[in-house]
Design a protein around this ligand. Structure first.
Ligand code: COA
Length: 712
C-alpha cells in the first residue's frame, strides 16, 4: 500500500546524503557527483558507498549502506540498472527518504516493469523516487549540487524543473552565461514517481525561488498538475517550455473535441487556464525568468514607451499589443508629464518620441518625468544610435536612471546600433540592467511581467468542487440505463436518439422528437410535434446519416413526410444494404441562429476537458476552438469562449444583437458535469448548438457520444 511518503523538503534540504556507486575514477558519474557535492559546500554528512571501500576525495567510503552510522535522508544511485533494485532494498533497510535515481535503462528503453517494481517497492517502504534517467538535483537551500553537471552553479532566484536531462545540463551552463542565479534545478527524467506537481508544492512556498521554469515533454498526473499550477501561479510566476508543437504529435481521435486541435493546442489552453506563461524558446524563457526574478511588480497597467526613433517606437507598440502590454493613453496627462522633455516637433503621445536629435540630457529628463509620475507604472526605453550622441552616453544615462528607479517601477531597455552600441548593451547587461537588442524580446518580458501581475490579482475562481456539485438536474439513473445498455450491446457510440436522451437527462434541452417504426407512425409524429420537422433514419449500423441521404430537413406537411420517408428508405437500402433499419426519428426543426460546437472528452494527459468553438459547416476549416481542463469555474468558461477569434459573433456584429452567452456557459457547465459524473463517456459533443439572442436561450440540435467500458 502506498503511503504519503516523506516531506518533499528533504529532497531540497537533505541533512545527509549517500552516493551509491561512488567511484574513485574521475571520468565516472559516481565520482563527479561526490565531487560536485563537496564543491557546493554541502554542510550535511556525505557517505560515498562502494563495495571496494577506501577513500574518495578525502572521504572514507562505506562498503555498504548498512555500515553507515546515522540516518540518511537522500541516496543518489549511480549503479547500473541491474543493481538498482538491490540498492533500493538496502535503502529501505536504512530508512532513506529520497532516492535520486541517476541510472538510465528503464521505461525510456521499454524496461517498464523493472521501473514499476522499484517505485512500488520504494513507496511501500515510505521512500520517494526522483527519476530514473536523470542528472540529479541542485538546491541552493541546502546548498547541495548532487548532479553530474557543471559544478559552477550560481545561487539565485530561478528554480528549474526539467524533463530532459541533456537539455537540463545545457540549461545550467546557459544560466551561467546569462548571469541567472538558480535556487534549484531538478531533473525529473522518466517521472516514475516524483513529478512536477510534487516539486511545485515545495517551490511555491519557497521564498528564494521567485520564478519557476519547467521544461516539459509529456504530462503525467495532468489533473493534479493543473490543480497545483493554479495555486502556484497565484503566488509566483511559472514559465513553461514544452516540446512537441508539431502536428506529428496531434491526437488521432474520433470526435471533434479530439481532432479539431492537437495535444499541443490543448496543452497551451490549459496552461493559460492555470496562469502559466508559455515561452516559445529557451532564449525567451530565460529572458522572462531573469526579468521576472529581478523586476519589482508593477503597481498598475500603464506602460510608457520612450524612444528617439519613430520606427522602433511603432515596433514596440506593435509588440505591446502582441504581448498584452497596455500603453498609457491619457493624452492630456501625457502632455503635462512630458511637455518639458520633448521638443515641439516630437510627440508626447505614447510612444513618447524625443526625436532623433535627442541626447542623453533629453533621455534623462523624459525618463525621470516618467519615473516620478504615479500614473505611469512601467517604462520601456528605446534607443537608436544617432550621430548626435554616443552609445556610451546613453548607456551611462540608462545605468544611472535604472539604479535610481529599479525598486520603484519596472523598466526595460532596448538599444539598436553598431559595434559601440553592442558593447554598451553588453556592459549594461553585466551590470544587471534588463537590456535587449531586439525590441520584441524586451517587450515580451513586459508581457510576462503583466501576465503574472494579472495572475496575482486574479481571485481564486471557485470551480464547483466534485463532492458538492449540484447534480439535482442530472437524471443519473436514465443516463446509466442508456449507456449501460449500449455497452452491453458491445457498442462504442450511442445512436443519435440515445445521445439526445443522455444530453437531455443532463439538463440540456433537445428538440422534441419521436421514433416512428413505419410511415404511419412518421405522419402521426409529424402532426403531433408540429411542422416544420426533420426526419432522420434510425439504425445502429449507420453512423453518418447525412452522408448516405438518411436525413431530410424542413418538412412542412404530411405529403413532404411521405416523400421524405420513401427517399430515405430508398437511399439507405441502396447505399447501405446490410444495415438494419429500425425506423425514422421525427424531430422538431430548430429555428436558425448562430451555430457553435461544444464538446467534452477524456484527455489522455489531463483527464476530462471541455471544448468550445464556432460551429457550422466551417468548423473543420476554421478550427477556431478552445479548451479547458475540469473542474472549471463559470468565469473560466467565459474566458475560454472569449479566446476564440470568432467570439465577436456572439457579441453581435453589424447591428446584430448580443447572443445568449449565458445560455452557452450554462450548457458547457452541464456538459462538464456530465463527463465528470458518467465515467463511461469518453467523448461527446453538441454540434450544432444554436444560440439565439440574449434571453432567448440556446438549442442543441445534434449530440454525439462515444463510450467505453474501460474508463470506469
Ligand atoms: N553499491 C555500490 N557501488 C556499486 C554497486 C553497489 N551495489 N555495484 C556496483 N558499484 C560500483 C561499481 O563497482 C563502480 O565503482 P568503481 O568505478 O569503483 O568500479 C560504480 O559503482 C559504478 O558502477 P559501474 O558498473 O562502473 O557503472 P558506470 O559508472 O559505468 O555506470 C551509471 C553507472 C548509473 C552511470 C550508468 O549505468 C548509467 O545509467 N548511465 C547513464 C546515466 C544518465 O545518462 N542519466 C540521465 C542523465 S540526463
Amino acid at each position: 500500500m502506498k503511503k504519503n511518503g516523506p516531506d518533499i523538503r528533504y529532497l531540497f534540504e537533505p541533512r545527509s546524503v549517500a552516493v551509491i556507486g561512488a567511484s574513485r575514477k574521475r571520468q565516472k558519474i559516481g565520482f563527479k557527483i561526490v565531487e560536485n557535492i563537496l564543491f557546493s559546500k554541502y554542510p550535511g554528512r556525505v557517505y560515498p558507498v562502494n563495495p571496494a571501500g577506501g577513500e574518495i576525495l578525502g572521504l572514507p567510503v562505506c562498503a555498504s549502506l548498512d555500515d553507515i552510522d546515522g540516518p540518511v535522508d537522500m541516496a543518489v544511485l549511480a549503479v547500473p540498472a541491474k543493481f538498482v533494485f538491490q540498492a533500493v532494498e538496502d535503502c529501505a533497510r536504512k530508512g532513506v527518504k529520497f532516492l535520486v535515481l541517476i541510472t538510465s535503462g528503464f521505461s525510456e528503453v521499454g524496461n517498464i516493469e523493472e521501473e514499476r517494481k522499484i517505485v512500488d517497492f520504494a513507496r511501500d517502504h515510505d521512500m520517494r523516487v526522483l527519476g530514473p534517467n536523470i542528472f540529479g538535483v541542485y538546491s541552493s537551500m541546502a546548498p547541495i549540487n548532487a548532479t553530474f553537471g557543471t559544478r559552477e552553479v550560481s545561487p539565485g532566484h530561478v528554480a528549474i524543473i526539467t524533463q530532459s536531462g541533456a537539455l537540463g545540463l545545457a540549461m545550467i551552463g546557459k544560466t551561467a552565461v546569462e548571469n541567472i542565479g538558480l535556487s534549484a534545478i531538478v531533473s525529473v527524467g522518466n517521472k516514475a514517481d516524483i513529478n512536477e506537481a510534487d516539486l511545485l508544492g515545495y517551490l511555491a512556498a519557497h521564498e528564494d525561488s521567485r520564478v519557476i521554469l519547467m521544461y516539459i515533454e509529456g504530462i503525467k498526473d495532468g489533473d493534479k498538475l493543473v490543480d497545483v499550477l493554479q495555486k502556484t501561479t497565484r503566488i509566483k510566476p511559472v514559465v513553461v517550455i514544452k516540446s512537441g508543437r508539431s502536428k506529428a504529435g496531434a491526437l488521432a481521435a474520433a470526435s471533434h473535441t479530439g481532432s479539431l486541435a492537437g495535444a499541443d493546442e490543448i496543452f497551451s489552453d490549459i496552461m493559460k487556464q492555470c496562469g502559466v506563461l508559455r515561452a516559445e524558446s529557451i532564449q525567451e524563457a530565460f529572458s522572462w525568468c531573469k526579468f521576472l526574478a529581478t523586476s519589482p511588480p508593477p503597481r498598475g497597467e500603464n506602460a510608457v514607451i520612450i524612444t528617439n526613433g519613430g520606427g522602433i517606437g511603432v515596433m514596440a507598440a506593435d509588440a505591446s499589443e502582441k504581448y498584452g502590454v497596455h500603453l498609457y493613453d491619457d493624452v492630456e496627462t501625457m502632455k503635462e508629464i512630458f511637455a518639458d522633455a520633448v521638443p515641439a516637433f516630437g510627440s508626447v503621445k505614447n510612444p513618447v518620441d524625443i526625436t532623433g536629435g535627442a541626447t542623453a540630457t533629453e533621455y534623462d529628463r523624459a525618463l525621470r518625468a516618467a519615473l516620478k509620475n504615479d500614473d505611469i507604472h512601467s517604462i520601456i526605453c528605446l534607443g537608436c544610435e544617432t550621430a548626435v550622441f554616443s552609445g556610451a552616453e546613453l548607456s551611462e544615462t540608462a545605468r544611472t536612471i535604472f539604479s535610481e528607479g529599479r525598486e520603484a517601477k519596472p523598466m526595460i531597455f532596448s538599444f539598436v546600433g553598431g559595434p559601440h552600441m553592442d558593447s554598451s548593451i553588453a556592459e549594461l547587461r553585466s551590470a544587471g540592467v534588463p537590456i535587449y537588442s531586439d525590441v520584441y524580446e524586451a517587450v515580451s518580458c513586459f508581457g510576462a511581467l503583466y501576465a503574472n501581475y494579472r495572475n496575482l490579482k486574479r481571485e481564486m475562481a471557485t470551480p464547483p468542487a466534485k463532492a458538492d456539485k449540484d447534480l439535482a438536474h442530472i437524471d443519473l439513473a436514465a443516463i446509466e440505463r442508456i449507456v449501460s445498455g449500449a455497452i452491453e450491446d458491445g457498442r462504442k457510440s450511442l445512436i443519435s436518439y440515445e445521445a439526445a436522451e443522455v444530453v437531455e437527462a443532463a439538463g440540456v434541452r433537445m428538440p422534441a422528437r419521436q421514433i416512428a417504426r413505419n410511415l404511419d407512425g412518421a405522419i402521426a409524429a409529424g402532426e403531433q410535434i408540429g411542422y416544420p420537422v426533420v426526419m432522420k433514419v434510425v439504425s445502429k449500423d449507420i453512423l453518418h446519416k447525412s452522408d448516405i441521404g438518411g436525413v431530410a430537413l424542413d418538412l412542412l406537411n404530411r405529403d413532404e413526410i411521405i416523400d421524405a420517408y420513401g427517399a430515405i428508405m430508398h437511399n439507405c437500402r441502396t447505399r447501405k444494404p446490410d444495415a438494419v433499419i429500425e425506423g425514422v426519428e421525427i424531430a422538431e426543426m430548430v429555428r436558425e441562429g448562430l451555430e457553435i460546437i461544444i464538446g467534452a472528452r477524456r484527455d489522455p494527459s489531463f483527464g476530462p476537458i471541455v471544448m468550445f468553438g464556432l460551429g457550422g459547416i466551417y468548423v473543420e476549416v476554421m478550427k477556431d476552438v478552445s479548451f479547458r481542463a475540469l473542474p472549471v469555474a463559470r468565469d473560466e468558461v467565459q474566458a475560454m469562449m472569449e479566446q476564440i477569434r470568432s467570439y465577436p459573433l456572439l457579441l453581435g456584429v453589424r447591428g446584430e444583437k448580443r447572443k445568449d452567452i449565458e445560455g452557452v456557459v450554462d450548457t458547457i457547465m452541464k456538459l462538464s458535469q456530465l463527463i465528470e459524473t458518467c465515467r463511461y463517456i469518453t467523448d461527446m459533443e453538441i454540434n450544432p448548438l444554436v444560440v439565439y439572442e440574449q434571453g432567448e436561450g440556446v438549442r442543441a440540435v445534434d449530440a454525439r457520444i462515444l463510450i467505453s467500458k474501460a474508463t470506469r
